[in-house]
Design a protein around this ligand. Structure first.
Ligand SMILES: [Zn+2]
Ligand SMILES: [Zn+2]
Length: 300
């Protein structure tokens, strides 16, 4: 049943998207972080002894997938992602600027939310704050607000187990995702730097084949470096002359130029959105300027 155990912590791997890995705190207050691994396994855990608290690391569909199995449990999330739980429209519009959301995409999301996630608006019972320590009986967990992927993204430091659950700062080869409206490259960098400084034996993450890594900050550094590599590729492409966002998106620096729609996702939307964040960052530091809808490398 469990893929990893330490103290009262149990780690359960999920399958591929829209599932993700879950953390069970099998303590006095039985708690699941991100109930998204597997319906049968979660049901059997719940039957054995009811789950009292559901914590979501953030408000993405692949982390709240099976929240509906625990209608009587308390819901704890960070304030900055709470709106997504309160309102279906806020959920759908966390991904794209409203003007870029066509009706078909909206309908696809609506269907996923109502039929698969059985979405019901819910007021979170508790808003988790950075650095607060949650006591589940024998397990003490420090909440780490690690924004960037989403504004309210949380990681969890299991103090006595010397372990961090990094959620969607998932340390996979692909690198970090920061394509939502509220995503931020700078915050992603700051959050990763902060996590790398924490002394830990084990990192657990939400995705990837294993989801379990030794607590070596080099894993975090490699993941962080992907951001700079993307930026270098973008600068190299722009060196050949001014580019529109469309041309930069078509280059496929992040996704390799595929415009494939995987489930609800058209990856070119993510590519464009993440490239836009890179361009904004380069503009802030004065390395790129914009003119007549094109982006120009400074000094060109
Ligand atoms: Zn996510
Ligand atoms: Zn995820």
């Amino acid at each position: 049943m469990f893929d990893f155990e330490k103290g009262r912590l149990r780690f359960i791997r999920g399958g591929k998207y829209p599932q993700s890995n879950s953390v069970l705190i099998d303590d006095n207050i039985r708690t699941i972080i991100d109930p998204a691994c597997n319906e049968e396994k979660l049901l059997s855990i719940h039957r054995e002894r009811p789950v009292e608290v559901v914590i979501n690391s953030h408000g993405h569909e692949d982390h709240i997938l099976y929240n509906w199995l625990f209608p009587d449990a308390q819901l704890w999330v960070h304030e900055l992602d709470a709106g997504v739980f309160r309102d279906l429209d806020a959920f759908i519009h966390q991904f794209f600027p409203r003007e870029e959301m066509d009706e078909k995409t909206k309908a696809t999301w609506h269907q996923l939310l109502t039929e698969v996630l059985r979405y019901r608006p819910k007021e979170p019972d508790r808003l988790l704050e950075d650095e607060e320590i949650l006591d589940f009986g024998h397990t003490r967990v420090q909440v780490l607000h690690t924004p960037g992927h989403t504004a309210g993204h949380l990681s969890f430091h299991f103090l006595d187990e010397r372990l961090i659950f990094l959620a969607d700062l998932d340390l996979v080869k692909f690198g970090p995702y920061y394509g939502d409206n509220a995503s931020s490259i700078d915050s992603t960098i700051t959050s990763l730097q902060r996590l790398a400084k924490i002394d830990a034996d084990v990192y657990l993450v939400s995705h990837g084949k294993k989801g379990i890594l030794d607590g070596d900050p080099a894993h975090i550094q490699r993941y962080l470096d992907v951001i700079y590599q993307r930026e270098e590729k973008l600068l190299a492409f722009m060196a050949s002359g001014p580019k529109t966002l469309q041309e930069i998106t078509a280059r496929g620096i992040i996704y390799g130029g595929h415009k494939l729609a995987d489930g609800a996702w058209d990856l070119s939307i993510s590519e464009r959105s993440m490239m836009r964040k890179h361009l904004e960052r380069l503009q802030r530091t004065g390395r790129v300027t914009t003119e007549n809808g094109t982006y120009i490398l400074s000094g060109q």
